[in-house]
Design a protein around this ligand. Sequence first.
Ligand code: FPP
Length: 265
Amino acid sequence: MTDFKSSTLEIPDAGRIPRHIAVIMDGNGRWAKQRFLPRVAGHRRGLDAVRTVVRACVERGVDFLTLFAFSSENWRRPAEEVSFLMQLFVIALEQEIGKLHENGVRFRAIGDLSRFEPEFRRLVSEAEALTAGNQRLNLAIAVNYGGRWDVLQAVNRLLRDNPGLAGAVSERDLAPYLALHYAPEPDLFIRTGGEQRISNFVLWQLAYTELYFTDTLWPDFDAAALDRAIISYQQRERRFGRTSEQLPEDAGLASFSVADTRSAD
Ligand code: FPP
């Protein structure tokens, strides 16, 4: 069972730094197109941005970072691009996992991994096992992930384990079966690349998440861009269904700066 509060059952704890940030990394293709480069060059630069943002999250004390790297709908892309992305994931895993481990990052892959090559699944399992004891940042890469897939796999596994629950499933019953069962609900959702939609990302847990959309293309998203998102988050009034008047005096996040040493531009 998870210890984290459900935003629909209780008022979750909220601090000035979001505990969990979920990101749709959009705009790699357009970044490349603007430079007359092939789309895959944008994905390669996207990986550099992943490195930058992971480091920035560690420095800012974010506990959970969930990145949407490949959706269950991304198989619809041209075969060569899908194949390039798969190779990039493998290379990234092989090259980065040592550094992530040294920096205390716990790695997980979430999504339906059954569609991937055994070699890829083996690398994922090894990376998860190597970093299982780390506590600094929980990094999840969502691959072949879809929010609807997640809810359905959770319901199906729950009912397989507990056939007697049919017709009486509660949130608390379902929570341990969701792919992000180990994390609090995201405080902040970021989508780069100008589109304003959720695109079947973590649908269940975004119930009370603060949404932030930016035109910045993912390869250009850096620590300063992350700080702008966090500052926007700090200016939100997180009411969770209550009125402003009901909020405790100290509930506001706005009076804090993102980090003592940095200022957003
Ligand atoms: C969306 O941009 C991006 C993706 C579908 C792939 C994301 C992959 C990376 C950031 C690189 C590798 C990451 C990891 C974690 C190993 P898009 O191609 O839809 O861009 P567009 O909307 O401009 O076409």
